[in-house]
Design a protein around this ligand. Structure first.
Ligand SMILES: [Zn+2]
Length: 164
């Protein structure tokens, strides 16, 4: 059984869909979504592959993913799937010209947001404080999800991503 991960209402990808780690299952779901948004078959395979790559870093094994009851939010979904309002994603689809983060210290990739962007330092400090009570920082994305899901979710929900 696949659990809902994604609830996105931005850009060309809207509605809710369910995704897993088996390429065939995920692709079937994407086909359903794409029926509504009329994008061509090769594009949705491309999007699926792109999201799949990011998801794997957070959930290397599907058993861990299924154990987790995720309450998705736009920021959380964008960061875990590497799409949505991330500048690198918008740039990839030629929606914007420049993938650089507003901080000007690199492209706005997922790792930049989580581990190094100055704009999210205050929020990151809170996450680091919680994690270093029992472990070490930096932690991998998969460990973050496995051990610190709630704190990581709070981090993603508290940061402001490309708004204002
Ligand atoms: Zn930045």
């Amino acid at each position: 059984m696949l659990l809902p991960l994604h609830a996105c209402d931005r850009g060309h990808c809207f509605g809710s869909f369910w995704t897993g780690f088996r390429r065939d299952a995920g692709t079937a779901v994407f086909k359903n979504v794409c029926k509504y948004i009329h994008i061509h078959a090769h594009i949705h395979t491309y999007i699926h592959t792109y999201i799949h790559t990011y998801l794997k870093a957070f959930f290397p094994n599907i058993a861990d993913r299924l154990k987790l009851l995720i309450n998705p939010s736009p920021n959380f979904t964008a960061i875990v799937t590497g799409h949505g309002k991330l500048k690198t994603y918008l740039h990839k689809y030629k929606i914007i010209e420049n993938p650089q983060c507003i901080c000007n210290k690199g492209k706005q990739i997922v790792d930049h947001i989580i581990y190094s962007c100055d704009l999210h330092e205050k929020e990151r400090d809170k996450l680091v404080a919680v994690i270093t009570r029992t472990g070490q920082w930096p932690v991998s994305k998969s460990k973050m999800m496995l051990k610190y899901y709630k704190d990581f979710k709070q981090f993603t929900d508290s940061i402001v991503l490309n708004e204002g």
